[in-house]
Structure formats: C-alpha cells, structure tokens
Design a protein around this ligand. Structure first.
Ligand SMILES: [Zn+2]
Length: 329
C-alpha cells in the first residue's frame, strides 16, 4: 500500500520508451486493482497540465487539482456517476463534492466552469486536501515510482524527465487509453449506460461549457479581426474562439493556444492545425499578451514559453494531425 506515503522519490531516471510503455500497460491492465477511478483522473489531470510545468518540471498542486476537481465535478455532480466499486461507500472526493454542492444548493446541470470563480477556488482547496492524502501516493506506487516524485509537505510534484517527454510525445494515445479505461470502469459500476455513451461523457468531461471567458479576454486585449483571414469580427455570434492546436489534442484551454476566428475559418479548419506561418503569428501575438499587466492574463501566461507552443505544434504533427490548413481567401 502506497496511498499513504508522505514522500516518494524518483526510482529511476534512465528509462527507455519500451520500459515506460510497460509501466503504462501494467497500469491499464486488469492486474492493476482499482477500487475507484482516482488514478485515471490523476493521469488525465497530468496530461492536461503537461504545459504547466516550470523549467524544473515541477507542477504545483493547485494547478493539478484544478483539473482534477473540474474532471470530478463533471463526473460526479454533472453526470452523477459513481466513482467507486462499492455500492455502499462513496470515495472521499465524492463526499467533498456532494457536500459542497448540497451546502450551496448548486444545481446538477452546472458544469465546473459555470461556478463563480471564488467557489471554484474554495472547492479546489478542499479537493486538493483529500487528493494529496489519497491520490498522489497511490499513482506513485502503481507506476513503481517513476512518473514523478513528491513530498506532501511541499505544494508541488516533480515529473521524471524521460516520462515527461514520453507523455508529451504520446499524449494523444495516452488520453485515449485513459478515457477508455475510465469509461469501462464507470460502465461497470453505473447502470443503464453502454460503453459508447460513457466514453462520450468521459471524453467531454474536461471541456468547458463555454469559452466566453477567453472571448472576453481576447476582445479586451483588442483582437478585432479573424486571426486567420483578417476579416473584421463584430459580435460574439460571428467570432469563434478557436484552439490553434486542436482541443482534441491538447484537451485543455490555454489562452496562449486560443485565437478569435471568423465562423467560416473555424468551421473549415475543424480538427486540423494551421500552416506554420500562423504559428509564427501566434508566437508574436503571445509575446504581446504576455506583457500584459492584467492579473487574469498574467495568470494565463504564468507557465508560457514560446518553445512550449512550438513543441506542442511539433508533437501534434507527430500524433497525426494535419498541418496543411490555411483559410480560403
Ligand atoms: Zn477567417
């Protein structure tokens, strides 16, 4: 049992890709006993935060548990899915979420991002407290101590470099694997849903209900034309918030990966990445945004570096995304 570990050091710093695959394969195999879904939720949260590490590959727990809370709020409250294999017992995280919802009388149809920001903050702190206790050590043990190291007295974990690089490179397939196994587990312990329906819920569990927040930030920063074709944008109905690197790959909303596009560019681009010339424009745009003194924008750019965006672009191509799209003029 490792769930109650207080400190875990990285066991091995030299690992081949084959060795890392073995660790993930064991993790997803039926041999790995899961009494609840925590480990899947934590892997999903790690993937979402691959671009939020600092130069020492440290990831702070607030960031990590913000993703974790969002995922579990949407699973437990929004979709009302049981997370444990026991019908008589709720997991610690479920208790926190359900109590929070009841005390504040929040309706089930609220997705996490619809909660007022102050409530999100409060809830993340509560989930973090339980998550630090039960989740961090468990995945550490299951992965034989190679994914990250941690010390619960500190407020961050540190990723193991070869595993970090591996996760960047294979993030798409790892996302699929995690979603699939999470859906299988949930299907087993929640009635009346088949795997396909469950998988759709799981795949969208990280998605926000709206990108209006980012629309407002980009508009307030003065973007008035389509990032791709230059057409003037007037009004929210005409402007779409576009994930420059498609959402299906990044699975997260980062301001530095978001642009405003006209409807026709957004629809025509779909799930593809744009030509490299647009990457250059986005790096330039981000340099300007990063110099903003507005707190909300500074928060979004806290871990941004242009190299991260370049890597993301590169890794999306490695993961099979086309990079040929450019607007019809
Ligand atoms: Zn356009």
């Amino acid at each position: 049992m490792t769930w109650n570990l207080k400190i875990g050091e990285i066991k091995e710093t030299y690992l081949t890709e084959q060795q890392i695959w073995q660790i993930f394969n064991t993790f997803f195999s039926p041999k790995s006993k899961n009494t609840m879904t925590y480990k899947f939720g934590l892997i999903k949260s790690l993937i979402e935060n691959l671009y939020n590490v600092n130069e020492n590959l440290e990831l702070n727990y607030y960031q990590l548990f913000e993703s974790f809370t969002k995922i579990y709020w949407n699973l437990v409250v929004h979709h009302q899915l049981r997370q444990s294999n026991s019908s008589s017992m709720n997991s610690g995280i479920e208790k926190v979420l359900v109590n929070f919802q009841k005390e504040r009388e929040i309706p089930n149809d609220f997705r996490f991002d619809k909660l007022p920001y102050a409530l999100q903050l409060e809830l993340v702190q509560q989930v973090k407290k339980v998550g630090k206790k039960y989740v961090i050590g468990a995945l550490y043990g299951d992965s034989r101590g190679v994914i990250y190291e941690f010390d619960l007295k500190k407020e961050y974990m540190k990723m193991n470099e070869p595993v970090y690089k591996f996760m960047l490179k294979y993030q798409k397939v790892l996302t699929y694997l995690t979603n699939y196994h999470l859906a299988l587990f949930l299907e087993k312990y929640n009635r009346a849903e088949n795997t396909v329906q469950m998988l759709m819920k799981v795949e969208n569990v990280s998605k926000r209900s709206s990108l209006d927040l980012f629309y407002n930030m980009l508009i307030s920063f003065g973007q008035k034309t389509c990032f791709y074709c230059g057409k003037t944008l007037d009004g929210r109905t005409i402007a779409h918030v576009d994930h420059f690197i498609p959402w299906s790959f990044v699975q997260t909303d980062q301001l530095w990966n978001l642009v405003l596009a006209c409807r026709s560019c957004n629809v025509s681009k779909r799930d593809r990445i744009a030509k490299e010339i647009f990457l250059d424009s986005l790096i330039e745009r981000n340099e300007q945004l990063a110099s903003s003194k507005e707190a909300i924008i500074m928060k979004e750019f806290k871990f941004y570096q242009s190299e991260k965006l370049q890597n993301l672009y590169y890794y999306s191509i490695v993961n099979g995304f086309e990079h040929q799209w450019s607007p019809n003029k």
